[in-house]
Design a protein around this ligand. Structure first.
Ligand SMILES: [Zn+2]
Length: 382
């Protein structure tokens, strides 16, 4: 393409982005106000807003109040112009969500699973998807992408290399779920990377933020953000703090090493610990919380040990990365009250997320919505 056409296109995108950023951060705004706040001339603002109206990304609310003179016509961003389907697959459940361009959930469902066969999961997803489409009464073509988060190593192309806690190896979900989502593009994310991007969405100035998201569930995965960008490493597999050895010659990990952090501080590690201590109980967060609330001494002892191991791993993260934030998400967030973790470790602020699926699904939505709206730098295959 001719260089001057490329430049014209990038200037136009830059101007469109300025306008979209204002529209998405205000309730409603007039063209005159858009011109004033962006510094663009009125003709450019009119041309761009006409295009956005055509794309249904904004709606014309008609005439607003006037402070004297001609009444201004007000414009409003339309978050329901497009949707994103976000799916989080865990060891025992699946969250299926449809969100709009402002990442508001318009449909959400939790599905319990006891079988990780992709054919069975595809059937369950089809049920949820069909129900969502019917309930919301939306057109399939208005769903721009299906994003799937899996606790797995995922390569640059979106191929699952290994999901040890789900039992998947070398799986391409965009092929496995192709028929379910009727041609909508499917993108697979490493669950902790998606969580890290979701956490980034909540900090004040994301572009200047370094953070590590610790997804502590059935295993431990970590997602690393450096200066607002996801750090994936050479092969796309960076952030495996869960397999840092914290106990030499310790417990056998499925990765082949012994003494990995996740064999001491994950949800599974907790169940294993209870079993070693002779306490038999049904798995599940609610059951664990019940035992802890009833002051079961075995459960409390196991949690105390887990807390100590959690701290060792978090300190390793803090010392290695020195991020602004270390954010703990996934199942382990439920035990916040029982984990003795400082608010700050080696100068890094430690926070817990407050909604289990939220950060992960939101992180995928954040990337996809931004890419759709701004064609911006988050255009990466995560
Ligand atoms: Zn390991």
């Amino acid at each position: 393409m001719n260089q001057s056409i490329v430049n014209q296109q990038s200037i136009k995108q830059f101007n469109t982005n300025k306008i979209l950023k204002l529209l998405t951060s205000t309730e409603m705004i007039s063209r005159a106000q858009l011109a004033k706040e962006t510094g663009l001339n009125k003709a450019t603002v009119s041309k761009i807003t006409d295009e956005l109206l055509n794309e249904n990304l904004i709606v014309d609310l008609g005439y607003g109040m006037s402070s004297g003179g001609r009444k201004p016509k007000l414009l409003k961003f339309n978050p329901d112009a497009k949707y994103i389907a976000g799916i989080k697959i865990g060891g025992s459940d699946i969250y299926f969500t449809v969100m709009n361009l402002m990442l508001e959930d318009v449909f959400t469902q939790r599905i319990e699973i006891d079988n990780n066969d992709t054919v069975i999961i595809a059937e369950l997803l089809k049920e949820s998807f069909d129900r969502a489409i019917g309930t919301l009464n939306i057109d399939i073509k208005d769903i721009i992408e299906v994003a799937v988060a899996v606790p797995a190593t995922v390569d640059i192309k979106g191929m699952i290399i290994h999901a040890p806690n789900i039992g998947w190896k070398n799986i391409d979900l965009s092929e496995e779920f192709k028929d379910v989502f009727k041609g909508i593009p499917i993108k697979t994310f490493n669950e902790a990377n998606a969580g890290a991007l979701g956490a980034l969405h909540h900090v004040e100035s994301p572009e200047h933020t370094n953070l590590v998201y610790v997804s502590a569930g059935i295993g431990i995965g970590t997602g690393i953000i450096i200066s607002g960008n996801l750090y994936r490493g050479k092969m796309g597999l960076a952030g495996e703090f869960g397999h840092n050895v914290i106990v030499e010659n310790g417990r056998q990990c499925h990765c082949g090493r012994k003494g990995c952090w996740e064999t001491y501080a994950s949800e599974q590690a907790f169940y294993d610990s209870l079993e070693r201590k002779g306490l038999k109980m049904e798995k599940g967060i609610d059951n664990v919380l019940k035992e802890l609330e009833n002051n079961n001494p075995v459960a409390l002892e196991a949690m105390k040990e887990l807390s100590s191991h959690m701290n060792t791993g978090l300190e390793n993260v803090a010392r290695a990365m020195s991020p602004d934030y270390i954010i703990i998400g996934n199942k382990m967030r439920h035990f916040k009250g029982y984990l003795d973790i400082d608010d700050e470790i080696q100068g890094s602020k430690v926070l817990f997320v407050d909604k289990e699926s939220h950060t992960t699904i939101e992180g995928m939505g954040f990337v996809i919505a931004r890419k759709y709206l701004y064609r911006d730098r988050y255009d990466i295959n995560i």
